[in-house]
Design a protein around this ligand. Structure first.
Ligand code: MN
Ligand code: MN
Length: 464
């Protein structure tokens, strides 16, 4: 076989996946998109803040708040916020809801340190907050890291106090201290997962006492007094608060070539923003109704009233269906959902846990995951071949860069997404999302190319 024939045969038969930079991609549009994404990250470091920012952007794009029974027609754009923590948006299509919806589901909660209901204490004349971590974290990563505190204190009278510390220029930051290496000999011998017990993730709040030398608990009282002066709250009010410690870091470009973005909370705001922005940017009325849901609680199993297992989603779609006299079940069985969640990017620093032929690579586009799960695909909806073929076609026709991906080697670990909760509703579902380096770390890394391709993929799904 001569060289030309060999080359032709190879191109015809073997996979020709390319780095996005070897394709013709509008790099200026990519950069613009990523600038918007970084601002979205900085505005929404918790699910509440992220939901509020999503609503703000939706309003800016002409979306109106949905109320049950309101008149809808092709081209209507509505949003609904579930208890301040999850957002559902719909752009009503020209076809009946009996034809199904095109849906993108992402989550806007990220791993973090929640304050315990009774958080404030003093030890050795230093004041601390006790925390209970939320989601899968590697605890050692949260030590000696500047932290900000966000959240709400719900008062008995129904009012709400918003807490925001450590985010703005000139604000103090909070921190969890670590052991000095000089005294770390015993700790160094422990397995990584045991070296930092969860009960030691205590946030340092202050050291300055008030009152006389003969009093006790003077630093705690001083801190509580500061909280009272700033927020009007007393210690008992912390029982009905949701305060979340997150890294006091802003999203920024990473790399000398600025090709990557470093930030807290890429998982899964990187897909949430892609889905939201693609929906808001739909210039023409889609054929099928396009729906985006930004859910809470994915990192702890999608349970709860604001999680993807909540009936809030079914209720919203059922309400839309009711306007057309379409049964919800008829809509669901014709619907398609892209479960938009991040996947692990192949990391050459840790080759042992990856199976390179089936791993997402940075800059190769949105990763399609037929299945996630662990221990033999447990906890995965495992999309059928027909569904993967459908998405391949839609993305190829729209010129979107995509790749197939798995979450690491067989039995190396694993993970889940909201995919199974959508599939269990009788909605055809496939997992897809941005490959991430250092996933679940306080500072994760993604590539601008993959962010942009994911945005394009969402648009293609909404228009399909
Ligand atoms: Mn996720
Ligand atoms: Mn996650």
């Amino acid at each position: 076989m001569d060289k030309t024939a060999y080359k032709e045969l190879k191109e015809k038969l073997l996979t020709g996946k390319k780095n996005g930079y070897d394709k013709s991609v509008d790099l200026e549009a990519m950069e613009r998109y990523c600038t918007g994404y970084k601002a979205f990250l900085d505005a929404g470091k918790t699910e509440r803040l992220c939901a509020a920012e999503a609503v703000r952007l939706a309003e800016e794009a002409g979306y109106r708040p949905y109320t049950r029974g309101m008149a809808l027609e092709a081209g209507s754009k509505v949003w609904l916020c579930n208890r301040g923590k999850a957002v559902m948006l719909a752009h009503i299509g020209t076809k009946s809801l009996a034809e199904g919806i095109q849906l993108a589901a992402a989550h806007i909660d990220s791993p973090r340190l929640d304050l315990k209901p009774n958080p404030l204490y003093e030890d050795s004349e230093l004041a601390y907050f006790k925390t209970h971590y939320y989601g899968g974290i590697r605890k050692y990563q949260w030590l000696t890291l500047p932290l900000a505190l966000h959240g709400v204190v719900a008062m008995k009278d129904g009012s709400q106090v918003t807490v925001r510390v450590g985010e703005d220029e000139g604000d103090p930051r909070l921190v969890i201290t670590d052991l000095l290496p000089h005294l770390g000999a015993a700790q160094n011998k422990k397995p990584l997962a045991e070296a930092v017990p969860g009960e030691t993730l205590n946030i340092l709040l202050g050291s300055r006492p008030i009152g006389g030398e003969d009093e006790s608990g003077r630093v705690k009282l001083a801190i509580m007094n500061l909280l009272y002066e700033k927020y009007g709250i007393v210690e008992d009010d912390l029982n009905s608060a949701e305060l979340e410690a997150v890294p006091a870091l802003k999203a920024c470009d990473i790399g000398l070539d600025r090709s990557l973005i470093g930030a807290y909370g890429h998982d899964d705001r990187v897909c949430a923003y892609a889905a939201l922005k693609a929906l808001l940017d739909l210039t023409e009325t889609p054929e099928k109704t396009a729906v985006c849901i930004l859910a809470d609680k994915e990192e702890i199993g999608s349970d709860g009233v604001t999680g993807m297992q909540s009936a809030a989603f079914d209720t919203f779609i059922e309400d839309l269906c009711a306007a057309e006299d379409v049964p919800l079940r008829a809509c669901f069985e014709k619907s398609f959902c892209l479960s938009a969640d991040v996947t692990a990017a192949y990391d050459p620093n840790f080759p042992d846990v990856f199976e390179k032929r089936n791993e997402a690579q940075v800059n190769y586009g949105i990763g399609l995951c037929k299945y996630t799960g662990a221990r033999g695909k447990s906890g995965a909806s495992d999309a059928d071949a027909e569904t993967v073929a459908y998405v391949r076609r839609v993305l190829d026709e729209a010129g979107v860069l995509w790749q197939i991906s798995e979450l690491g080697k067989v039995d190396a670990g694993g993970g889940g997404t909201v995919a199974m909760y959508m599939a269990n509703r009788n909605i055809t579902t496939l997992d897809a999302g941005v490959p991430v380096l250092s996933m679940h770390a306080p500072f994760e890394v993604v590539s601008k190319m993959d962010c942009y391709q994911t945005y394009k993929a969402m648009g293609a799904i909404f228009r399909a």
